[in-house]
Design a protein around this ligand. Sequence first.
Ligand code: NIG
Ligand code: FE
Length: 384
Amino acid sequence: MSDVGVLKNADIYIEDGIIKEIGSVADKGDCETVDASGQMILPGFVDPHTHAIFAGTREREFAMRARGMSYSQIAAAGGGIIDTVLKTRETPKSKLRSQAARRIDAMLGRGTTTLEIKTGYGLDFKNELKLLEAANELKEESLADIVVTFLGAHAIPPEYRADREDYIRIITDELLPYVSKKKLASFCDIFCDEGFFTISESERILRVALEAGLGVKLHADELSANGGVSLAVELGAVSVDHLENISHDEITSLSMSDTVGIVLPSVAAYLRTKPAPAREMIDRGCAVALATDLNPGTSMVDNMQTIMFLGISQCGMTVEEALNASTINAAAAIGLAERLGSIEVGKQADLLIVDAEDFSYLPYHFTGNRITNVVKNGTVLEFS
Ligand code: NIG
Ligand code: FE
């Protein structure tokens, strides 16, 4: 994770959106040339965990936590995820999509060329479908690459609180078969934590997802240490995310698996809790990625430069580790490391041209933006 592989004075030759040559490239004659002399070129950032489609904001809860209330107390009082669910249900798909499109444009300008988007603010057949369709429409029309994750198991909706089994059956018997048949998502995720879904519910839902041909991910160990990491490893999850309360033994089992640990340092800052032990996880051999977790409750952050800063300042990561965690490891955490996440011959040309001499500048001055050009699929993007 600490090996970045810096090349000095190199050319990059791109054809049809793919990197064809790196190093000293002979003159190709008639082709567009971008002069990046004096600048630095990085792979585009990959944000492997977002809830980017939502309606409304929750600054009121932010203020409540500042006065000492916890995330769980606010959720138990009817706030939290359910607050956003009620607002999202009453918002038409076109509006959800256009608001998310603006968020994605802002992310692109800050260097995020690929992102994952989860559903999870619909929580019934009709509204989860609305979010899945909005996400797939964004995937079609956006300049960014988008990976869609189905998170019907984000919370039990209020109308099923008396009989959670009924809602779980909607996920396993109605939504997952539909998602799989219509190919609406690549992954199925679940909020496996105290007050949300238990380990055995998570196992049941994720096994149905695996049988339906989806990859799996888990939100685990955020509010409590509950065994979600072992389940992720056992099921071969592509990632297990949050990990604020990961135990010593779980770090061991994660380190021996192919599952990527996604650390979300802004969430701990919003919840005023301790972040995941990324330093120990890396030292003990885990593959760690970083993500924004963009959502209106626990992370109104869309900028991977800010996340790198937090990974370095709050989780003890080095700048090199934070860069790999935001590019190649983040791509691995959504199953795209073969195609994205590094500057290599044969990979998609998603590049950031940065007006700085060293990549440390980006997390160091995370409120600025030294990215002068974003290259997506070989095309230099223009921002208005
Ligand atoms: O990743 N932890 C669960 N889901 C989100 C929070 C969603 C919300 O509060 O709206 C998260 O932090
Ligand atoms: Fe999340």
